[in-house]
Design a protein around this ligand. Structure first.
Ligand code: ADP
Ligand code: MG
Length: 332
């Protein structure tokens, strides 16, 4: 069963462009100049029930806008989406009770209340029964290691603790679909790991469908088998994370062990590839994929090689390069 179906989803923002300077401001009073930004352009994808999909893209790619449409916070300019059979922006009560949106960059809890009371207010809004509430809060705060922070004012929690409380708040009504927009942004490494483990556990035990955006590749690599990549509002990859290497990795890393590896000047190694590391006993080169075999042959011929190792470039680096490429390509 499909939990999320997105067809031709498009969102254009029309923003007022203020001309520079005072004269510009005066002119602007009479002739307003508008600019249309296509935040999301003809996006199509679908997610199976229970899937945990990574939604990736550089800043400004259209991720948050897409999630906000799927959560019914924004109307699309055109296109359609169904989540659990509902059209999100119709804002049916039946839908509201079955999904949650967590915005990592925004605070959704009451700042001036202890965390527990803030959670209680959320429970009241959703009409969640007392014992169910107590059980969920106890279980989740334990898993997230914030049980002893429930009586602390939200404003006094650390960012990591607050985000964990936000996560509990988002899950109180046991949503079937969860949209997570940068839930680990700015968190310390330990909290990031805790949140990741929690999400993995939650997805596995509750079969919650999760669409997750994150800038941390560790989140994506540990949680998502499938990723959807968006850039300039359009999707350019939808598939298994491991396929990204096949599709987009132009290089492999070749490491050789050889005595006196630092005696060969880097300049003369340039014909094989870029020297990544050179020590007295080893040499690491970034080599074009299609040249790996001939380069290995040549190295074996020319140097006293005792061992050779060929690895893929880490996926993190490939994604970083993809995004960098997107930026310099401009809006095409
Ligand atoms: N309310 C808005 N008004 C005008 N432009 C917006 C608005 N929200 C987002 N945008 C623009 O839409 C594009 C996509 O933004 P966003 O969805 O936030 O990207 P991401 O979450 O991938 O970083 C950006 O160019 C952003 O500036
Ligand atoms: Mg965003």
């Amino acid at each position: 069963m499909l939990a999320i179906e997105v067809r031709g989803l498009t969102k254009a923002f029309r923003t007022y462009k203020k001309p520079p300077g005072l004269w510009g401001a005066v002119k602007g009073l009479f002739h307003r100049q508008y600019e249309t930004v296509h935040a999301v352009k003809d996006v199509n994808f679908s997610v199976e029930e229970g899937e945990l999909v990574g939604f990736l893209g550089p800043n400004g790619a259209g991720k948050t806008t897409t999630l906000k449409m799927l959560a019914g916070l924004l109307y699309p300019t055109s296109g359609d989406a169904r989540v659990l059979g509902f059209t999100p922006w119709e804002r049916a009560d039946g839908y509201r009770r079955q999904f949650a949106l967590l915005l990592g960059q925004k605070n959704q809890l009451w700042w001036d209340l202890p965390a527990r009371e803030s959670l209680e207010l959320n429970a009241k809004i959703y009409g969640i029964a007392r014992d169910g509430f107590e059980r969920t809060v106890a279980e989740m705060s334990e898993l997230l290691d914030v049980r002893d922070k429930l009586n602390v004012m939200v404003r006094e929690l650390s960012l990591g603790e607050r985000m964990k409380m936000e996560l509990i708040a988002a899950l109180l009504h046991q949503p079937k679909v969860l949209f997570l927009d940068e839930p680990t942004i700015g968190l310390d490494v330990v909290s990031q790991k805790k949140v990741r483990e929690f999400l993995r556990h939650h997805n596995a035990t509750r079969k919650t469908t999760i669409l997750l955006t994150s800038h941390y590749m560790a989140d994506i690599q540990e949680l998502c088998q499938r990723v959807v990549i968006i850039d300039h509002g359009a999707i350019f990859f939808d598939g298994r994370l491991s396929e990204i290497i096949d599709r987009f990795a132009d290089f492999k890393l070749v490491t050789i062990q050889c005595d006196g590896a630092d005696r060969t000047p880097a300049a003369s190694l340039a014909r094989y590839g870029e020297v990544v590391e050179q020590t007295s006993a080893s040499l690491k080169l970034k080599v074009k994929r299609e040249r790996v075999i001939p380069v290995c042959k040549a190295l074996l011929d020319e140097l006293p090689v005792s061992d050779i190792d060929i690895e893929e470039v880490p996926i993190e680096e490939i994604i970083r390069q993809l995004f960098a490429r997107g930026k310099t390509d401009g809006k095409s």
